[in-house]
Each structure stands twice: as C-alpha cells, then as structure tokens.
Design a protein around this ligand. Structure first.
Ligand code: 13P
Length: 286
C-alpha cells in the first residue's frame, strides 16, 4: 500500500526502528526490492534519483512513475515512493505532480538561507498535495570529495544541532537528513560516526532523522544510530556495486546471459536488503 513519507516514518518513530530506503534503477530492481520487503514484512521507501533518470524506459517520466506506482500498490506492505536528492523546486514539484509520496529537496550544499528558502517552497507545494518532504542540513558528501573521515577536520560539514532545530522550525520539513560522519558510496577507511552529535540533534529536533550513505557504515554503527533516533537510512552502493561486478563476471563468461544477470541481481538484492531489514529492526513492521 502506498503511504506518505511522514506516515511511514511516524510508525518507525513509535516502533523505534528505521525504514530502509534503497535507490532503484530499473523495473527489475523495483520488483526485487518490493518482493524482498514483502517477504520480510518490512516497510520500504523506494527511492529514485535524477542521476539515473536516463534509465527511464518510456518516453515520459510521468508514465514511468505511474508504472512504478502501480507496482507499489501490488504489495502487501507500506511503501513510500520517494524522490531522492531533488535539487530544484521545479524537479521536486514535478515529482509531486506525478504521484511521488515523498520528496527530498537537497539544498545542503547551499547557504543556510538559500536552503531554508528552497526547502520551504517545496514544503508549501508538497503539503498542499499531501506529500511529505525530507531536507538536509550539514552536508553528506562522498569519501573522494574530501576529509569526511578525518574526525577533527570533518566538523565543518557536520550538522550543527541548533541550526538543525532552526531549520526545521522555519521550513516545516517532515524529516531531516543529518551529516554525522557517513559518506555516499565507498568509505576510505573506517567510518567515524559522531554519536554524541546525533544524540544532541535528536534532543533538539522533533522530526524523524535520516542518514544518507548507509552502505558500508557497519552493522554495529547502524544499530546504534537507530537506537539513537535515526528513522530512515538510504542504501545504494551495498546492492548496486555487487550487482555490477556480478553482471560483468557473467557477461565475461557467457555473453548471452540476460536471464542469469536478472537472477543474480535478484539474489543480491534479496541478500543485501534482507540484512538491512535485520539491522534496522524493520522486519515484520510493514
Ligand atoms: P550509499 O550508496 O552510500 O548507500 O548512499 C546512498 C544514498 O545515500 C542515496 O541518497
């Protein structure tokens, strides 16, 4: 059943678990993610990023979204269809119009004032259409971008608790992505998650908290983050990387092996997400 981002996270907050938010690429990956979520009875935030809009198989993005929405309705679990990392108001509003039930406006690389202005515009439009919004304060980067793993130098990019509270009060965002030391994609070395900072943010901020860059963060770190108030975790690299490697391996061995590639991708998505439902305690909650 399709639900809004706010509703799926409200339940997670009550139940003290986090909802897994995997990015999808093709219709196959949508189906496998929904299948495994239903198998584990876990709620799911299916996430789409414009970086992979080129994989849209129909002429119009609107039509592609309707196909995914129709797929979501066929599974007996709570599902939110979410735009991941929207960067313009137009793009976010387009996603609202085409039926997404959650939207991320990511203006985290801009100034505080600009971030407030852009996020507020998206919130105003989305809320009018009963769609919820995620925004980000502080900035979750990638390991290659800089110094995120060097504890002391990383602080400039991390979320400041007072600023996070002010941001939520001003924008009325439904949930907030925070930078506490995770990175998108592969970590270079050991992840250093600032749990003290997370506790401070959670004390001040009333809306559910989100982390991006879930992949490779480590089971113990994820369990602890969930115990301290994280309610949505984005996961992409953990499933796409092994799928791509396996695809290359299969093609090298058997060039005409489309069926094998689909089976291998399904097995990887089942394994990886199954594990994620376990460490976020979201199994049997959908
Ligand atoms: P990972 O690829 O590191 O899991 O990050 C995914 C993400 O945060 C997408 O927004």
């Amino acid at each position: 059943m399709l639900v809004t981002l706010a509703d799926i996270l409200k339940k997670a907050d009550k139940g003290n678990y986090a909802v897994v938010a995997p990015d999808y690429t093709t219709l196959h990956s949508v189906r496998y993610q929904l299948e495994v979520a239903e198998k584990y009875k876990a709620p799911l935030i299916l996430s789409y990023t414009k970086h992979i809009k080129s994989l849209c198989p129909t002429k119009s993005w609107d039509k592609w979204t309707r196909i995914i929405l129709d797929e979501c309705e066929q599974y007996d679990i709570d599902v939110c269809l979410h735009l991941d990392h929207g960067t313009t108001v137009e793009e976010c509003n387009e996603a609202v119009d085409s039926g997404f039930t959650g939207i991320m406006m990511d203006a985290s690389a801009k100034s505080f004032e600009e971030n407030v202005e852009l996020t507020s515009k998206v919130v105003e439009y989305a809320h009018k259409h009963n769609v919820s919004v995620e925004a980000e304060i502080g900035h979750v980067g990638t390991a290659v971008e800089g110094t995120y793993l060097m504890k002391d130098e990383a602080r400039a990019h991390l979320t400041q608790p007072e600023e996070a509270k002010r941001f939520v009060d001003l924008t009325k965002t439904d949930c907030l992505a925070v930078a506490i030391g995770t990175v998108h994609g592969e970590y270079k070395g050991e992840p250093h998650i600032d749990f003290e900072l997370l506790e401070m943010i959670d004390k001040l901020v009333s809306v559910p908290l989100v982390i991006h860059g879930g992949s490779g963060t480590g089971d113990d770190n994820i369990r602890k983050a969930v115990s301290l108030g994280i309610r949505k975790i984005n996961v992409f690299h953990d499933w796409i990387q092994p799928s791509q490697l396996k695809t290359a391996e299969i093609i090298a061995q058997t060039p005409k092996a489309l069926g094998k590639i689909a089976d291998a991708t399904r097995d990887i998505i089942y394994d990886v997400l199954g594990h994620w439902f376990d460490i976020t305690s979201s199994g049997n909650k959908g």
